[in-house]
Design a protein around this ligand. Structure first.
Ligand SMILES: *[C@@H]1O[C@H](CO)[C@@H](O)[C@H](O)[C@H]1NC(C)=O
Ligand SMILES: *[C@@H]1O[C@H](CO)[C@@H](O)[C@H](O)[C@H]1NC(C)=O
Ligand SMILES: *[C@@H]1O[C@H](CO)[C@@H](O)[C@H](O)[C@H]1NC(C)=O
Ligand SMILES: CC(=O)N[C@H]1CO[C@H](CO)[C@@H](O)[C@@H]1O
Length: 202
């Protein structure tokens, strides 16, 4: 009899922590289920009808043309300050945020300075390097603005040479020149610490 009593009392005593554990388990499972989309991102509903976008008289196309955001063409700049006022192109970042993941972007450009600048701003990071090789078809103003952009930004290189990139040889020369400039210019004090570390890490 006494044994039975002790058994019942123990059961009751144990049921409280067991209940708490069960509630915690259910809550955790519910939370994990609820936040599942964080770990497995859901694909966006992508129902753009490409046919509509190629039809220049379709309503979708006309609405897009009417409502799209246009780049505002900027005037030729007189100095670096004007570029920096227009664009957020930081030259440095806090040490705690800077990883050793330098990336090199090489592009051949020939026109649409504002678009080049916009894309550069979107992809910009102080630890990345950008080299813009100019095609021979670039006009004088584009050339001048690209050279200025290269002079203003430490991590933007613009070789003072034009390439006929309509031929494979010309395209190759442009890329090779960019690689050479990156190689020569990245030995400067500006990025030396990050490169040393990269070498040490393997
Ligand atoms: C283009 O869109 C217009 C308006 O919606 C439509 O009348 C026309 O048939 C479409 N043309 C083609 C080639 O789909
Ligand atoms: C585009 O603009 C028109 C008229 O201003 C508006 O009725 C329509 O909803 C807009 N479309 C989108 C996708 O914003
Ligand atoms: C670029 O090279 C092509 C092929 O050799 C040639 O036809 C063209 O005239 C060249 N363009 C310029 C601007 O020199
Ligand atoms: C920005 C910069 O330092 N550019 C230099 C890159 O390397 C070439 C070739 O050594 C120099 O002529 C540039 O001045």
């Amino acid at each position: 009899m006494a044994n039975h009593d002790i058994c019942t009392k123990t059961m009751w005593a144990l049921s409280v922590p067991l209940c708490i554990l069960l509630i915690l388990f259910v809550a955790l499972t519910a939370y994990a289920t609820y936040s599942f989309h964080i770990f497995v991102p859901l694909a966006p509903a992508n129902n753009i009808d490409c046919e509509q976008m190629f039809n220049t008289t379709s309503e979708t196309y006309l609405s897009y043309i009417e409502n799209r955001t246009l780049l505002e063409p900027s005037q030729d700049d007189r100095n670096c300050f004007q570029i920096r006022r227009r664009r957020y192109l930081p030259a440095d970042m806090p040490k705690s945020m800077a990883g050793n993941h330098n990336m090199f972007f090489i592009r051949v450009v020939s026109k649409d300075y504002d678009f080049v600048e916009e894309v550069l701003t979107m992809m910009h990071s102080p630890i990345h390097f950008f080299c813009f090789a100019l095609d021979i078809t670039a006009d004088a103003l584009f050339k001048e603005r690209m050279f200025r952009l290269g002079d203003c930004q430490v991590n933007v290189l613009v070789p003072r040479q034009l390439f006929n990139t309509s031929t494979a040889h010309g395209m190759f020369s442009a890329h090779r020149k960019c690689l050479k400039e990156i190689d020569e210019n990245t030995t400067s004090l500006f990025i030396a610490p990050s490169f040393c570390q990269e070498g040490r890490d393997g």
